[in-house]
Write a protein that binds this ligand. Sequence first.
Ligand code: 2AM
Length: 484
Amino acid sequence: METELSRIGLTGLAVMGQNLALNIAEKGFPISVYNRTTAKVDETVARAKAEGDLPLRGFHDPHSFVLSLQKPRVIILLVKAGPAVDQTIATLAPLLDRGDCLVDGGNEWYENTERRAEAMAARGLLYLGMGVSGGEEGARRGPSLMPGGAAPAYALLEDVLLRTAAQVPGSGPCVTFVGPGGAGHFVKMVHNGIEYGDMQLIAEAYDLLRTVGGLSNPDLHRVFSDWNRGELLSFLVEITAEIFLVNDDLSPGDHLVDRVLDKTGMKGTGKWTVQQAAELSVAAPTIAAALDARFLSALKEDRVAAAAVFPPAAAAAGRPDKEKLVDDVRQALYAAKVCSYAQGMNILKAKSKEKGWGLRMGEMARIWKGGCIIRAKFLDRIERAYERDAELGSLLLDSEFAQEMAEREAAWRRVVCLAVNAGVGVPGMAASLAYFDTFRRARLPANLVQAQRDYFGAHTYERTDRPGNFHTEWSKIAAERSLL
Ligand code: 2AM
């Protein structure tokens, strides 16, 4: 055993790295692992033994780690994004031979990946940027994998990835070669932005049901469990239902969710998604609303002060009918989610066009169907929509989605109106509705904005009835008119 070379290597043995290494070993690929802090190497080796004598060998120094790998060597990096990746590359690259490959599995900014891929190529080394989603459990049991970079590099580890990724019956492993350059990390970034949107929309549904509908935590558990048996079936709805079941050890009799401070953390991928949407001139108001909601959540002290200044909106007479409210909120959540995904997919499409990545949109939906945080039955529909039309301009224009939106529109409006009147912010649901109402109108008030631009800045305008660019001396004509 000691003299045999491992099929693959992995360095960076924090939670994701350890679990992914054990997963790869369990799928029958002998793996070598290394970590800067060697205690984590020993911990991983002990776990491999405890979890079924898995074919995993630990190394305390990078040199013997690299020498333990069969050629061409493939090493997955799961170290913290940013400078740690550069430092790890600086440690490993000099030990590698031409044709060996490094795979960054972190949440890295895609331009860093492209820069590193170029630098590696200059040394005759291959490089992949691979999004890995699914958290601890996903990494161990089967994550969604989004590898991008040089196609020959992907070929070096495709067999490992196909077996390591989540397997969705009838749909295959949740991995595909995403595209060249930083495409893999970019797709993972947008996945995370979509995840922000999903989580915010679910939180708004919870808030309405609790604050306006008066549902208790056991009620909420039943509602979310019920939703998870229908169109909203998804990992996030499932875990939400479970959260309402957990009691608080430190304050007996209470539910833990009520003791969790209302401040949401973040690591940056949601912010990057919104920044990229703006760079690409793609509207992503639901994802932006989810990001803003996190910013506002952080202002706990200011919010407590504001709550004292602005008392809650006058309660509407009586509580709404609970059953009707639950049914309306379910529909609003679904419709708002469709708009959020339409935005995320449009960011991917625009970037793919700009960079010439050739992203296959249906494939992106397919590899998100299992393993990852946004996994959901609903992704089947997105995959089908792009199967019907690979160049689909917006998910909202797909016939199946269009019908679903029409069916849920009235409930969605009722929910947003109810929230507005109750003074309960639903930034995600409202942003989605405004997005929908803007997108679906053939004529917008943009004519007036353009007229203003031409008035003060001579920016010219186009006409509805003839081609060309026009400029009008609006102030002159208006002055003449007002003299009449
Ligand atoms: P550590 O256990 O030695 O801290 C997540 O933080 C993972 O990234 C950990 O495995 C951590 O290793 C690794 N990591 C962070 N910074 C690093 C660096 N500069 N060089 C190598 N590994 C690093």
